[in-house]
Ligand binder design. Structure first.
Ligand code: FAD
Ligand code: SF4
Ligand code: SF4
Length: 459
């Protein structure tokens, strides 16, 4: 058995100066070599690792035959966003982890092959439109939020003939895929292409509409929507609650990334929104958001970027690949460290972070060892910009403004086994019910679409 074919990546010293992708993906020869390694298992365990159950050997078989058009047809049966998933799914913990070859460390590079199939269709302008005519049933369904959960649920309902309208509070679609994940990991043109496909199929999208405030759920029901899918994500930043957190040039990662990715602050003043370009940046948090913030700060010209995390590096929630890329680009990891206060100058601009060293104690409910402070180990890191990437809580606007929409004590919407919330006919999925990855959000969107179809059939 030949070895897994590693994807070629751009030199970190060059790529850290721009927002272009880290890798251009497999060449045709590489794709053929990698897809031929797939054993085409009779019982493909890889599928059980994919939340949307992509027919993995099915699409790889067509790639082996150098037929990406057929491969994409198979992918599209289960996945409305293959070019996105090929890039950002944590495959090492999902489909690739379940590949029979994983035990030998040689699992098939399913994500890279999926990306190849989706990209080559765009690159060579191959017509992959589904010619099947969809019979419309004129039943109106509203989707609130245009992130991966909303796009998937809406897309699946559309394919079944429903009249789907997505309401989005921002001026553009995609949720975190657009405003959170940076261009060098997920180019906007790739996302646009996948969303355009849904629009061509008849998806209606109404932007700049904050449901709960601009329009209520009751108004949607009164306007004839027979079911509603809530996919408003987790957009509420978490703070540390320590002294000095309000100093100037301390950003939460969401604001920093939205400014750069959505409002194109890296092109200021050609674009209206500015962003501070720190020279010595401290990022707090070891998740994907922390890595994206650190790598973006490097691309905005930071001379040093230090990433602080209160546990050890092996416990960082970020994907291994992101950690490797961040380090290659110059991000310095400082694990087992926590900030205790921020220190500012007389003009209230941040100038330093006082940190304390941590050690790992007993295992707690999360299955991880609890980080404890080491008394007297405080020290100072000088900085002129801090980015807090401590995770996100569920978006509270819609739940708090919608009477009868119940949440748990952490603010996640409560749903039953059929994805229905406490309001009949109102369903929910994605980060707002506790998901944390793109593909989990998509899986929930898919299952909710099935549940909505069943519900509307009974109604
Ligand atoms: P979202 O993507 O958050 O979309 C929700 C949408 O709803 C948004 O567009 C929002 O504007 C809109 N909205 C909110 N409230 C309203 C309202 N009241 N009315 C109308 N619209 C509303 N996951 C991975 O799998 N791989 C990664 O590499 C990865 N990297 C990440 C990097 C960052 C910086 C972040 C923040 C997250 C990352 N994640 C990653 C997590 C992943 O992006 C989320 O799990 C996923 O986007 C959740 O999808 P969603 O559809 O539930 O919500
Ligand atoms: Fe793997 Fe994600 Fe593709 Fe599923 S959608 S096969 S988890 S890369
Ligand atoms: Fe191919 Fe691995 Fe899936 Fe088998 S388990 S079909 S080798 S990807």
């Amino acid at each position: 058995m030949s070895q897994k074919l590693k994807i070629l990546e751009r030199d970190p010293q060059i790529r850290k100066n721009d927002f272009e992708q880290v890798s251009a993906g497999y060449t045709n020869c590489e794709m053929l070599a990698e897809s031929k390694r797939c054993l085409q298992c009779k019982k493909p365990t890889c599928i059980s690792g994919c939340p949307v159950e992509v027919n993995i050997p099915g699409f790889i078989k067509h790639l082996c035959e150098n037929n990406p058009k057929k491969a994409i047809e198979i992918l599209n049966q289960k996945n409305n966003l293959p070019a996105v998933c090929g890039r950002v799914c944590p495959q090492e913990n999902q489909c690739e982890k379940m590949c029979v070859l994983a035990k030998k460390g040689e699992s098939i590079s399913i994500g890279n092959l999926e990306r190849y199939a989706a990209d080559i269709i765009v690159k060579n302008d191959i017509d992959d439109d589904d010619d099947e005519v969809i019979e419309k049933n004129n039943i109106k369904v509203a989707v609130i939020g245009s992130g991966p959960a909303g796009l998937t649920c809406g897309g699946d309902l559309l394919k079944m003939g429903y009249d789907v309208t997505i309401y989005e509070s921002l001026h553009d679609t995609g949720g975190v895929l657009r405003y959170g994940i940076p261009e060098f990991r997920l180019p906007k043109k790739i996302l646009n292409k996948e969303i355009d496909k849904l629009k061509k199929m008849g998806m209606k999208i109404i932007l700049n509409t904050l449901v709960g405030r601009t329009k209520t759920v009751q108004e949607l029901i009164d306007n004839g929507y027979k079911a509603i899918f809530v996919a408003v994500g987790a957009g509420l930043p978490v703070f540390l609650g320590i002294p000095g957190e309000n100093l100037n040039h301390i950003y939460c990662s969401n604001e920093f990334l939205v400014r750069v990715n959505l409002m194109r602050a890296f092109n200021f003043p050609d674009y209206d929104t500015p962003v501070h370009r720190g020279k010595h940046v401290v990022v707090v948090g070891g998740g994907n958001t922390g890595m994206d913030s650190a790598r973006t700060a490097i691309r905005l010209g930071a001379e040093t970027v230090k990433l602080i995390y209160r546990r050890s590096e092996s416990e960082m929630p970020a994907r291994k690949e992101e950690r490797i890329h961040a380090r290659e680009e110059g991000v310095e990891f400082i694990p087992l460290t926590n900030p205790v206060r921020f220190i500012g100058d007389e003009r209230k601009f941040v100038r330093a972070v006082e940190c304390i060293k941590m050690e790992l104690g007993e295992y707690n409910n999360s299955g991880r060892r609890h980080p404890n402070e080491i008394a007297g180990s405080n020290y100072i890191i000088e900085t002129d910009m801090v980015i807090l990437a401590l995770g996100l809580h569920p978006n509270p606007i819609l739940p708090t403004l919608t009477k009868g929409l119940n949440t748990d004590d952490r603010g996640y919407l409560l749903i039953d086994d059929n994805y229905m919330t406490s309001i009949r006919g109102v369903f929910a999925g994605g980060d707002i019910v506790g998901g944390s990855t793109v593909i989990e959000a998509m899986g929930m969107g898919k299952r909710a679409a099935k549940a909505i179809i069943k519900y509307l059939g009974q109604e």
